[in-house]
Design a protein around this ligand. Structure first.
Ligand SMILES: Nc1ncnc2c1ncn2[C@@H]1O[C@H](COP(=O)(O)OP(=O)(O)OP(=O)(O)O)[C@@H](O)[C@H]1O
Length: 562
């Protein structure tokens, strides 16, 4: 392996390469400069070629585009699904639509919708002889975690990502029919994009040639998050002649639930691939780097800024007190909270810091409200409001459009989405503290939504029991750019000060008995810790004496008042 730092310039960009480096090493910084270099000097780019840069989050893509400046016009920087939708699936889906029974006329993009109306699920259960499955909520729970993978025999398979005890016993061989029934309604999931691309590439190899000639340089950031099918697609592109560069960090592999296998990053093969490693950490203080080094064996990072900000601090006690404590210490400085669970993020945002919501109300709605249209409208409206309120207006608009499509034809829905979402935000005080049933009444009265009302019974009890605020605590944000995020959504970013919120000492297992290789929970905390430039705080509800003793070496421990 060749040691480089982030100022290294690859003079001949016509090579395949792999760069391995820890957090804050300057991978993104290097990649941005490398793209600029290729745009200026890449001999294969010619007049119409572009540099492809795949990232795994929209935030990551935005960061690269922003830093590229003018060079971004010769680069296509996007998430893996957007890239393959735009360049492979959208233009060529017609080649396989009849075979897969996809209703092309009804396809408009890709999202995470799981079709959950009673009739649809009943038809699917009948067709797959699974009438023993009674709980529709549990079925949808399984259908929302299925994924296309390439198995070790090289065959594409549809699998449940995480099999759990108590999960609905949906048979693997019934999943393809679910997909076909969804495609027949024009519903395409994000992950289907990779399956369709794989089919198109293997059945019509000239399409790989077309992509490779349009993108003679093809880079993948955060490669460790790719799953086996994605890796195979990248391999096909490398074989076809694009210069492929992959960049990543095994210790930051946190998308196991998407089928990502850290070993794929190590074993990815491309002709003459050159291996580089970066050992610096250009982000964090010496003490934070010490904490990172103490849990990692493969790369020992060298501080670049070489400055001290005091020991990172563990705050033992109530989460709200920890937030106030850190806010007082870091006044006027950029400070973010990072949490493992999305529910914690929402509660911090809502400033409730109430006991954590143990429920996923969106999933529960399936078994409590059999009226699919009403349920989807209500859920999408809650998501639209919460997303738009939290500075992600475009994601909010997408949800608003989904809700309106249940009520109007596509063009009318498109025309109304902005006006209704703005009005919902303005009117937030009218429904934000009331029950969900009041929110439904509000939508019908104010916007003439014509959702079916609630007679006595299960839906009525359910929507009266839970408030709009309860539902909004369950919104899973597609993108989080605010100061309260999940650790997953903080990937690739950095902040002056970070407060990690944990709900039990188990969540800091990394610091007590590290196993970065095997334990994804440990890698998630590692990502969280490594986001901080200056000061790091960790809130835990309690700490046993042995754990305390162990942590005292590298952390200041503060007991918050009871
Ligand atoms: N050569 C450089 N010159 C100036 N600043 C740099 C250089 N390399 C990195 N940096 C800065 O160091 C910080 C960390 O770099 P970067 O975000 O590229 O690291 P990374 O390896 O992508 O991190 P991670 O994997 O943790 O997301 C950023 O603030 C970046 O601007």
């Amino acid at each position: 392996m060749i040691e480089i730092d982030s100022d290294f310039r690859l003079l001949n960009p016509n090579v395949n390469f792999r760069i391995v480096a820890g957090p804050g090493a300057g991978k993104t910084h290097w990649l941005v400069n490398h793209i600029r270099n290729v745009v200026a000097n890449g001999s294969e780019l010619e007049r119409f070629g572009k540099v492809a840069c795949i990232t795994y989050t929209n935030v990551g893509a935005d960061t690269v585009v922003r830093r590229l400046g003018a060079a971004s016009t010769r680069a296509e920087v996007s998430t893996v699904h957007s890239f393959f939708y735009k360049h492979v699936v959208k233009p060529y889906l017609g080649f396989i639509a009849a075979d897969l029974e996809i209703d092309l006329g009804r396809v408009s993009g890709h999202d995470e919708t799981i079709i959950s109306d009673y009739q649809f699920l009943s038809d699917w259960k009948n067709a797959t002889k699974q009438n023993y499955l009674r709980d529709h909520e549990a079925i949808v729970g399984v259908l929302s975690v299925i994924i296309w993978i390439l198995n070790p025999k090289g065959e594409v398979e549809l699998k449940v990502r995480r099999r759990r005890p108590g999960q609905a016993q949906v048979r693997n061989n019934s999943l393809v029919l679910y997909k076909k029934m969804a495609w027949a309604r024009g519903v395409i999931h994000h992950d289907d994009i990779m399956y369709f691309s794989y089919l198109l590439f293997t059945r019509f190899p000239f399409l790989v040639t077309a992509v490779a000639s349009k993108f003679p340089y093809f880079f993948v950031d955060e490669f460790q998050d790719s799953n086996s099918l994605q890796v195979e697609i990248f391999r096909l592109i490398a074989v076809e002649g694009s210069y492929v560069g992959i960049i990543g960090d095994l210790a930051q592999s946190i998308y196991g639930f998407n089928g990502a296998s850290p070993t794929d990053f190590k074993s990815f093969a491309a002709p003459g691939i050159v291996e580089y490693v970066m050992r610096q950490n250009r982000r964090s203080s010496n003490e934070i780097i010490d904490a990172l080094n103490s849990v990692r064996k493969d790369i020992v990072q060298i501080p670049f800024r070489n400055f001290s900000s005091g020991l990172p601090e563990i705050l033992v006690g109530d989460m709200r007190l920890a937030i106030n404590n850190v806010a007082a210490k870091c006044q006027g400085e950029e400070t973010v909270t990072l949490s493992r669970r999305n529910e914690t993020v929402q509660l911090v945002k809502n400033e409730g810091i109430a006991p954590m919501h143990p429920l996923n109300l969106f999933a529960q709605a399936i078994s409590h409200d059999s009226n699919w249209t009403r349920r989807e409208i209500l859920i999408s409206c809650v998501k639209a409001v919460v997303l738009a309120r939290d500075a992600n207006f475009s994601a909010g608009l997408r949800e608003m459009l989904k809700a309106l499509k249940h009520l109007y034809d596509d063009e009318v829905a498109e025309n109304k989405k902005v006006e209704i979402l703005m009005s919902l935000l303005t009117n937030l005080p009218h429904y934000s503290t009331g029950a969900m049933s009041n929110f439904a009444t509000f939508l019908n009265a104010k916007y003439k939504f014509k959702m079916q009302g609630f007679a006595a019974g299960r839906p009525k009890l359910f929507y009266e029991k839970y408030s709009f605020a309860d539902f909004s605590a369950c919104v899973k944000q597609t993108e989080e750019t605010g100061i309260n995020r999940t650790m997953h959504k903080s990937k690739g970013d950095e902040f002056e000060n970070v407060l990690l919120l944990t709900s039990s000492v188990d969540e800091i297992g990394l610091l007590l008995k590290p196993d970065l290789l095997k334990n994804e929970g440990h890698r998630i905390l590692y990502v969280g810790i490594s986001r901080a430039r200056n000061r790091l705080f960790i809130s835990v509800p309690e700490l046993a004496p042995e754990a305390r003793k162990k942590l005292e070496k590298r952390f200041k421990i503060t007991d918050l008042p009871a």
